[in-house]
Each structure stands twice: as C-alpha cells, then as structure tokens.
Design a protein around this ligand. Structure first.
Ligand code: ADP
Ligand code: MG
Length: 386
C-alpha cells in the first residue's frame, strides 16, 4: 500500500478506477527557460529550471500488451490501446505522450508490458511550460524503474526526445526533458546542448527578495509552426555559409565578418543566436558570483534580441514585457518558442502586486484576453513519490 502523503491520494484514485493499487507513483515537473532561446538546436547553451508544477503518474504493470490510460484533465475518458503494433501516427490526443515513451523504449529493445496508467498534472497546458514533457518524463521515470531498464538520465532525455520527434511529431530539442529529469531545488540547469553536460547553478530568487513571475498571454499565433521551421532553416543556412558545424561555433568577435557574408535577415538571425549564447554564459557567471539581482539587463537584452533580430515576439508578449519592466520588474523577456505563450518577469517581492495589476490593466486596455499570472520557483526534477 502506498502511504506517502504526496502519493496516497493519486494511488487511491487509481485503485478506485482500475480496481487494484498501483505499483508506484512518480512525478516530473514542467520547466521555464530563464534564458537561452532558440540556442538548443544550434548546439548552444540554455538555462531552464524545473518548476514547482508537476505531472504525476500512478502505474501498475500488467501481463500482455493492453494499456489503459486515464487523465484527471479533459474529457477523453479511459483510453485502451494495444501496444503490440504501436506506430507513429497511430495515436491521438494526450495519450500520444505516454504511448510515445512506450514506443521509444520498445525501439531501444526494452520490453514494456501492458499497464494501467492514471495521470494528474497541474502544469498549465500550452503555456510554454512544457506540460507535455512533464508527462513524458514522469512516465519514463516510472517505466525505467518498473521494467528494470536502468537508463541513465542522459539516455532518458534522448528517449523522450525520440518520442516527441518521431511519435508525437514535434521537432523539439533536449532542453525540456533535461530540466524535468535533471533539475534540482534552488537551481537552474545550465545545459550544453552539444554534449548534454549539465551544471546546476544556484538560482535562489526568494533569498534575494525576488520572485519570478510567469505571464501566460494565452495567445498562440497561427504562424508559430512555420516561424519555428523558418528560423531553424535560417540558422542552418548561416552555419553553412560561415563554414561551421553549428552556430555554437560562432563567437561575438566573428559577427563583424559574418555581416559581410550573410544576407541582412540571416545575419540578424545569426546575431540573435550568437549573442544569446553569450548572454547565457554571462547569466551563469553572474548567478554564481552575485546572485539573481544582477541578471535583469541580460533578460531585457534577450527580449530585445528576440523581438528585433530573431523576430519571434508578438504584440502581447511585448506588452507583457514592457509593462512588467515599467511597473517594477528588474528584467523581463518572452520565454519559449515565441509567437505567443509566456513571458517571465524577475520582480522584487514588494513590487509583485504592482506588476500583476499593471499587466492585467494593460491587457484589458489593449482589448486582449486576460493573461494568467503566477510565480514559479526552481524545484527538484523527476522522482518517485511512493
Ligand atoms: P506545452 O508542452 O508547452 O504545455 P504542448 O502542446 O507541447 O504544450 O503540450 C500540450 C498537450 O499535452 C495537450 O494538448 C495535451 O494533449 C497534453 N497534456 C498536458 N497536460 C495534460 C493533462 N493533465 N492531461 C491530459 N493531457 C495533457
Ligand atoms: Mg510541449
């Protein structure tokens, strides 16, 4: 019987649904990216952290190949799938994420039997906090243990990436899973996307009298997918013309020469990636030496670069960032892929209410839908709860 308080409630709901107790309960967090945007697929640096909002799964393995899945969110009800012939494109809806993980594990030669699975998550969907990876990371943590696969964190990262890229069909990198699987309370995850190495960097906003606000604009502009693909293509073109494997290999000092070799638009795309990588390194240095009170201008510069050079911001994100800055935040930027989603604002605790009010008012004045505003703190990565 599972009695750990954090796990007991979900275990009871599992038993009510499926008729017997689960083998265990696992959780994995969503993530927010502090800085380092569109640098991941350029083999560069990112600095996300695991947040205090998590997906939890209760799982019981069963002989055979039948998988029964239920989420406490949405109205899809109980979904039953035979995993024997699992193929990309064969699943629809939220179950694509857990099934993608099962598929990717099987692809690695790991024998995954049937199971019952109950999901409960409080990571907001589609807000750029990676609710999808939270599910995948909770599921892979559970199955890694239950099947005895014994994959290291790096291997679980690549397996969930395979699930997202090939089963779900989303061309995502390794940042989200790395944060969710490898995050640690009070730290940001400094990830080198070239070799997957991770360094935990202290990020104790509260101890410095700060909070990190997430402003979910609730918009997702229709050109998001095409915009992502075209930015990736520009980066590849830039690297090719400059004769490097990836834009990671271009330094600030190389930019002047690059401006003579690239067309105007490609140059600006390249300049964003190159300067953003540099800002991540500076942020890591400042967090380590002086703490978070000094990183505000780097967040601001990151936003300006995404707005002007990479051109992935939008009116709502710019309004959120500008309003937050003018009403007390010490630094703010859009976070995530762009064209909508969320902004973050590093804000002194005593100015939090002012920033929230000002953003809500600005959105109402502009005729935009009300944003969702909440704080996040760096939390532990995926783990077993009971
Ligand atoms: P993000 O990962 O940025 O939140 P995605 O579009 O990648 O956005 O993932 C959102 C999808 O994840 C949802 O459409 C849904 O299919 C799934 N999802 C997230 N949380 C849950 C949940 N609690 N229950 C069921 N499905 C969920
Ligand atoms: Mg996602």
């Amino acid at each position: 019987m599972i009695t750990a308080p954090a796990a007991a409630e979900l275990a009871t709901r599992f038993e009510d649904t499926f008729g017997s107790a689960p083998d265990g309960v696992w959780q994995a967090p969503g993530r927010v990216n502090l800085i380092g945007e569109h640098t991941d697929y350029n083999e560069g640096f990112v600095l996300p952290f695991a947040i205090d909002k998590t997906a939890r799964v209760a799982i019981k393995l069963r002989p055979g190949t039948t998988v029964r899945l239920l989420s406490t969110y949405g109205d899809q009800g109980l979904v039953t799938v035979d995993t024997a012939g699992l193929q990309p494109g064969s699943a629809k809806g939220w179950v694509t994420y857990p099934l993608g993980v099962i598929w990717a594990l099987q692809e690695r030669g790991i024998n995954v039997p049937g199971m019952d699975l109950l999901l409960d998550s409080n990571v907001p969907l589609g807000a750029g906090l990676s609710s999808s990876h939270a599910i995948e990371c909770a599921v892979i943590s559970a199955l890694n243990e239950l099947t005895g696969a014994g994959l290291a964190a790096e291997e679980m990262v690549l397996t969930t990436q395979r699930a997202e890229n090939h089963f779900v069909g989303a061309p995502t990198g390794i940042m989200d899973q790395s944060a969710s699987l490898r995050g640690s309370k009070g730290h940001a995850v400094f990830l080198d996307c070239r070799d997957q190495s991770v360094q935990l960097v202290p990020f104790e906003a509260e101890e410095s009298g700060l909070v990190l606000l997430v402003i979910d604009t609730k918009v997702s502009h229709s050109h998001a997918d095409g915009g992502y693909a075209s930015r990736r293509a520009s980066c590849e073109l830039g690297a090719q013309v400059l004769g490097v494997n990836a834009l990671r290999d271009v330094g600030i000092d190389d930019l002047e020469e690059a401006s003579g070799l690239l067309d105007e638009v490609t140059f600006r795309r390249v300049r964003h990636v190159v300067t953003e990588n540099d800002r991540v390194l500076q942020t890591v240095e400042l967090l380590t030496s002086d703490g978070p009170t000094h990183i505000g201008s780097l967040l601001d510069a990151s936003h300006a670069s995404m707005r002007d050079d990479f051109e992935i911001s939008c009116t709502e994100l710019d309004l959120a960032v500008d309003t937050a800055r003018h009403s007390g935040a010490i630094g703010a930027r859009m976070t995530g892929g762009g064209f909508g989603g969320s902004a973050i604002a590093l804000t002194p605790v005593e100015r939090e209410a002012e920033v929230r009010d000002a953003v809500v008012r600005a959105f109402a004045d502009a005729g935009f839908a009300a944003p969702d505003i909440f704080t996040v703190t760096p939390a532990d990565g995926a783990r077993r709860l009971g």
